[in-house]
Design a protein around this ligand. Structure first.
Ligand code: WQD
Length: 332
């Protein structure tokens, strides 16, 4: 199929592009490069021997978005594009609501206009709100206790997609709720390289490891967990990318929702120790206070994707750390 990836030069998008190309799909990328680099296209080409066609388009620029779809037929869109910093969304709610929701509505309207009615949406475990320490399955409560506008945009877009599917039953929509993506492609050519000060654990660890940042702050060691630090469902980004391939192979009319997680929770301190082991050197860190809004334990019920998509995460934390170190070595 000819598949358009919005936000496809980003961390998860670029890894997904590689997996789709390896399965014979024709991949094209639309991105405004607000939080990614055009060099991702070269790196995708080095891995796949294919350089995806690129459209430098902002989803808020509906005129150019329309032109893109008018000139090119796409069988399916995977919608990664969106601002994703939890902290930034709290400071800039209007920018997040306009960009993430307004951009998505533009995309959906243009897709409908040009009869492109297959969509995979990059959602997030954050839609489960403040449910702490329980296995989160696809029918767990959503939308209650979300602590930030970023998470609200993901939840609202899920509602928009549900309503669209009712109004237009020709749409095939898959919502994928990511837990905590980590790691890099084994080539060391793709990885998380945010343009800004990172929010997430692994990009922060990476910048401490390269010396760009002095020390990791471990946000709290007084949680009710085995080592006192918070726990998350960290999933290798290549497993996550493969989940998208499985999703498009099983699409049907209406809306399907799947968690993409490992089903296991790993602590922050376990991640630090795993990184140190892979790096062969200590990582400078200090114990700091809890980060407001953080939960103690968040992890997926991952059974549904395995049962219905025939997909489950197979790579380990050690794989993710090995691949992250390899990526850092390539960045030098
Ligand atoms: C993980 C753990 C922190 C940084 C968020 C979004 C979610 C998804 C993933 C996009 C927490 C701790 C972190 C640091 C730390 N994003 N930490 N020091 O908060 O689970 O989820 O990112 O879809 O939607 O909500 O991820 O990586 O920010 O934090 O101790 O410098 O690492 O306290 O326990 P989180 P995270």
């Amino acid at each position: 199929m000819k598949i358009l990836l919005t936000g496809g030069t980003g961390y998860i998008g670029s890894h997904t592009a590689v997996e789709l190309i390896s399965r014979g799909h024709e991949v094209e990328i639309l991105d405004n490069l607000v939080n990614s680099k055009i060099t991702a296209l070269d790196n995708i080409e080095k891995i796949s021997n294919v350089k995806p066609k690129f459209y430098f388009v902002d989803l808020l620029d509906k005129e150019n978005l329309d032109k893109t779809f008018k000139k090119n037929h796409f069988d399916l869109v995977i919608h990664f594009a969106g601002l994703k910093s939890v902290a930034e969304s709290i400071e800039q709610p209007l920018r997040y609501y306009e960009n993430n929701i307004g951009g998505t509505i533009n995309l959906l309207e243009v897709m409908k206009k040009y009869n492109c009615k297959r969509l995979v949406f990059s959602s997030s475990a954050t839609v489960y709100g403040n449910q702490d320490g329980v296995k989160l399955t696809e029918d767990s409560q959503t939308g209650i206790g979300i602590t930030n506008p970023y998470g609200e945009t993901k939840f609202m877009i899920e509602q928009i997609l549900q309503d669209l599917a009712v109004a237009d039953p020709d749409f095939k929509i898959t919502i994928l709720r990511y837990f905590n993506p980590v790691g890099s492609h084994e080539s060391g050519l793709l990885g998380e390289d945010p343009n800004d000060i990172p929010n997430n654990l692994m990009p922060y660890i990476m910048k401490v490891s390269t010396g760009e940042l002095a020390k990791l702050s471990v946000y709290g060691d007084d949680y009710d967990t085995p080592d006192g630090t918070a726990m998350r469902d960290f999933i290798h980004v290549v497993d996550l990318a493969r989940g998208h391939v499985a999703a498009i192979d099983h699409q049907k009319n209406g809306v399907q929702i799947y968690n993409l997680g490992t089903g296991k929770a790993t602590s922050v301190m376990e991640m630090v120790k795993a990184f140190e082991k892979a790096a062969g050197k200590p990582l400078p860190y200090k114990i700091a206070g809890r980060r407001p809004g953080d939960l103690a334990v968040v992890f997926a019920g991952a059974e549904k994707a395995e049962k219905e998509l025939g997909w489950k995460a197979e790579l380990t934390i050690e794989d993710a750390m090995r691949d992250t170190i390899n990526y850092l070595n390539h960045l030098k």
